[in-house]
Each structure stands twice: as C-alpha cells, then as structure tokens.
Design a protein around this ligand. Structure first.
Ligand SMILES: CSC[C@H]1O[C@@H](n2cnc3c(O)ncnc32)[C@H](O)[C@@H]1O
Ligand SMILES: [Zn+2]
Length: 433
C-alpha cells in the first residue's frame, strides 16, 4: 500500500485534545496512520517523503451547500433579492442548460473548490449523473442530490422523483466511496406538501438523508404562514421531514421555538453567510443555533450568489459578522469558525467518524497551505492566521483518500485550461440562445 511521510510540518488537527502540533504525519493508503511530534519509529519504508517546512497542514474543508453547475452564471446577475434573482434571472437561464453546461459548469466549480482547499462538497442540482462523473474524475468527495422543484404537473413531479431515486440507486457509495447521496425537495415554497411527504417516504425506502433550502428569507416564512398556516420548520416537521437525518441550507429566519425543535430533531444547518448577505436574505442566528446544540456547518451556495467557492471566506465572515451583530467579540471564536468548515461540516454530512480531523484512523483528506508569506507572519497562532488572515489562495497541495489531487496549486486530474475555455463557450452560448 502506498505510504506518505510528511516531515516537519505544522498540523492544525481540529482535534480539541491537541489542536496544533509540529511534527510528522504518515499516511497509508487512504488513512492517517501516524501523527506525532516525534519522528515515526521505525521510519516508514518506501514512503513518499514530503518536506513540510513552510507548510501548514489541516483537514480538507467541507462545503455543505451548493449548486456547482451554476458557476457558469457567476456575475450574470448581481444585486438582486432572492426571489427576483431566482425567478427572473436564474431559472430562465437554467432552463436553457444542456448536459455540456452541467459538465463544464460543475468542472469549473470543482476545480475552484479543490484549489481553495475544499475536499468534500454537497451539491443539489439536476443532471446529477454528470456531476457524479466529474466527482469520479477529479478525485473530490461529493454528497450529491437531485434537487426537485414540484411546481409542475403530477406526472412531471413523479418523473423527477423517480430520477432522484434512480440517482441514489446508481451512485450512492460509488467512486470508491467518495460519493454519497441524498434526496432533496428544493424548498417548502417550491414543493407542495404531498410531494414533500412522498420524498420523505422515498428517503426512508432508500435509507438516505434529506437536504433542502429552508427559511432563507423573511418573505418565504411569511408566504409559508399564508399558504399553510405555520412557519417552515413546523410545516416540514408535520410532513415527517425530520424523521430522516436532515441538512438544512440557510435557516436564517428562525424563532426560539424553531431552534429548540431543530435541536430536538437533530437536524444540521448549512450556514451560507456570503450568499445570505449578497441576496439580502439576512443573517442566521448561528451563536444561538450552536448554543442549542445544533450542528452548524458552512456552505458557499453557488458562484451565482457568492460569487466564489472559497470556503475560507465563509469561515472568516462567520467569525466576524456574528461578533458585529451581537456586540460580543466571543460570539464565534476563530476555533469554532474553523470547526464549522471541518469537524462540524463532516458531522453535517454524517461522516464525522472518518472526515474533518487529522487523527490516526481518519481518512487522509488534507490540505497544505503555504505560510511563507507576509500575511502569515509573525508565525504565532496559526488558527488565528488561518481564520482572520488566510484564504483559499494560500492552498498549495490537496490530498483526498491519500491521493494528491492538487500539487503546487494545479489540479492533477482536471484539465484546467480546457475547463476555463469550455465554461466560457457555454456561457456565451447560453447568453445568445
Ligand atoms: C432544483 S436544483 C437547485 C435549484 O436551486 C436554485 N438555487 C440556487 N441558489 C438558491 C438559493 O439561495 N435559494 C433557493 N434556491 C436556490 C437553483 O437556481 C436551482 O434551480
Ligand atoms: Zn442553494
């Protein structure tokens, strides 16, 4: 089995028991075998040796909400509210998407995520077999789900749900276990209640988790009350949504009772602060969610509402905005913000036993940042530097399942020049068609 031996690195482990250590890490196959201040004894035979001087190693980041193919629409429509942006700009353009658009848009997103340190991502979209193929090729880890919008005749609803179920059957556990699958009603405002109930039933049948957009804007909550006589959390609860492991994107507009109920049901939240600010949706009550014991992870949403997929931006912003609005400088400390992108991210995708931490026995999904740069000096508290000063542009190398997928800032398994070219062609064709 292939071995790697990293010597003399700084390891930000995300393990509370030993957060940062200077030393050595040995990887065997896809697993971390050894991590210590001491050199391994005996020295690992035949290992590829990596000089860790000038590098900080940490677990790969987990992006828990997005729509990769929409990176084709980056910069296409800015400065709009959620509903206008979706209904007048995104949906008409997405209706013109072809398989090629899904392939090149997703490839563009995956290249951007890998190069900025994301090793696992959640993707809700359609044409998911294409997304799965890009995951297979690129070496990234994906939690994939065919999002369904139910604003259509019953036979179309059924065929979308069948497609979502078939995707789960075909791809759950594929790509050497790097793909896992979920089912996803897009949102309570785009899926009638009986359709959500059918999706919940299907999730039970297939034994997969559920993902949805929920309580993203104040308008959505008001509309839910008008249409169904209750707020989205109670609505989804009545439909049995939380009887499955569930991951909720946004969860911006929640009251105390809703937070308590989500905690009781064990639902996880994907906090998407950049997208929520850009679409003027609001700011989620993250300190209150965490206090209630809810797993809060981080997501970028798509590059059409962000407008990049650098999860370090979400980390920094989460650490900052919650201080700003609460007046409490300890609202989200740096360590907590970094956990949201790593250990809590892994928990939000039900993989905390194998991802999110550098520790013996965990999967070897890790990244190396170049800290021989002015903004990492003086070299004091690396956790502080990563959160308040670092960015995805500092990522130099990335390994997933022990295999290097980014080396010196370049994707090894993707043709980046071709992806940039094809993405540009796709966008121009979409614009002119
Ligand atoms: C059915 S596939 C995914 C669907 O989601 C739309 N989308 C992208 N960003 C958001 C957001 O922030 N809130 C709600 N829906 C969003 C996207 O346009 C796709 O159609
Ligand atoms: Zn979204």
């Amino acid at each position: 089995m292939k071995r790697l031996w990293i010597e003399n690195g700084i390891f930000v482990t995300m393990d509370d028991n030993r957060p940062v250590l200077k030393g050595h890490m040995v990887v065997e196959g896809d697993t971390i075998l050894y991590l210590s201040e001491e050199a391994p004894d005996p020295l690992p035979e035949g290992a590829e040796r990596i000089n860790g001087q000038g590098l900080v190693f940490m677990p790969g980041l987990v992006n828990t909400h997005g729509h990769a193919a929409m990176s084709l629409l980056r910069g296409y429509s800015d400065d709009q509210s959620l509903q206008v942006w979706l209904e007048q700009k995104m949906w008409p353009m997405e209706a013109k998407f072809t398989d090629d658009d899904a392939r090149w848009g997703t490839s563009l997103a995956v290249a951007e995520m890998l190069k900025s340190g994301t090793t696992s991502f959640v993707d809700m979209y359609d044409r998911m077999h294409i997304v799965a193929e890009v995951v297979e090729q690129s070496g990234i880890r994906g939690v994939l789900t065919r999002g369904v919008i139910g604003l259509c005749p019953p036979d179309v609803q059924t065929s979308k749900l069948n497609e979502a179920k078939q995707f789960v059957r075909d791809w759950n556990g594929q790509a050497e276990g790097r793909i896992t699958a979920m089912l996803s009603p897009h949102a309570p405002y785009t899926c009638p209640p009986d359709y959500i109930a059918r999706i919940v039933e299907a999730a039970h049948e297939l034994d997969v988790p559920l993902h949805t957009h929920m309580s993203e804007s104040a308008a959505e909550v008001a509309q839910n009350v008008k249409d169904y006589g209750c707020r989205p959390v109670e609505h989804l609860d009545k439909l049995g949504f939380f009887t499955r492991p569930s991951l909720l994107a946004h969860a911006v507009h929640l009251n105390d009772e809703e937070i308590a109920l989500l905690a009781e049901r064990g639902a996880a939240v994907s906090h998407n602060p950049v997208s929520n600010l850009k679409l003027a949706s609001g700011i989620a009550r993250v300190p209150d969610l965490l206090k209630a014991g809810i797993t809060v992870s981080l997501g970028t949403d798509s590059a059409a509402s962000n407008n990049n997929l650098d999860l370090f931006d979400e980390v920094r912003l989460s650490a900052l905005i919650h201080k700003g609005i609460s007046g409490d400088p300890t609202a989200i400390p740096a360590w907590e913000a970094l956990k949201m992108a790593t250990t809590y991210g892994a928990k939000a995708i039900w993989q905390e036993k194998r991802l999110g931490m550098l520790k013996e026995g965990m999967k070897a999904d890790f990244i190396a940042l170049n800290v021989e740069q002015p903004h990492f000096y003086p070299q004091t508290d690396m956790v502080s530097h990563l959160v308040y000063s670092g960015s995805g542009r500092d990522v130099l190398h990335v390994w997933i399942d022990g295999k290097q997928v980014v080396k010196n800032g370049e994707c090894l398994l993707l043709d980046e020049a071709r992806i940039r070219h094809e993405a540009q062609q796709c966008f121009e064709r979409l614009l002119s068609s």
